[in-house]
Design a protein around this ligand. Structure first.
Ligand SMILES: [Zn+2]
Length: 114
């Protein structure tokens, strides 16, 4: 008779760290939804970064009389081209805005094209 006493693997008693915290329930409530995250798109990114055309030319002041140039920064309908499209820096875009408004006032540019 062979009595094989299988040694029962006793799991090491894990030391409980700290006192058992009570009432630590954090349930933010059963608020479903709000699953929208980002969404599709945004994958297309223009590879080349536009540089401000006025910075390139080292323009210090944008002359409203140079409306031929200003016209490039307006749409056909007479709206100003947004900065993300024109690629101008904030400083020059601001100057451009003023120049365009002046040019409009002087009837060099149209407020709105027909
Ligand atoms: Zn600039």
């Amino acid at each position: 008779m062979t009595d094989t006493t299988a040694p029962a693997p006793t799991t090491a008693p894990a030391p409980a760290p700290g006192p058992p915290s009570q009432g630590g329930q954090q349930q933010g409530g059963p608020s479903g939804g709000s699953r929208r995250r980002g969404g599709g798109g945004g994958r297309f990114r223009r590879p080349r970064r536009k540089v401000c055309a006025f910075c390139v030319d080292k323009v210090k002041e944008i002359d409203y009389k140079a409306y031929t140039r200003l016209r490039k920064y307006t749409t056909e309908r007479g709206k100003m081209v947004p900065r993300r499209t024109s690629g101008n820096c904030a400083k020059h875009q601001r100057m451009l805005t003023r120049a365009i408004k002046r040019a409009r006032h002087m009837a060099l540019l149209a407020f709105v094209a027909e």
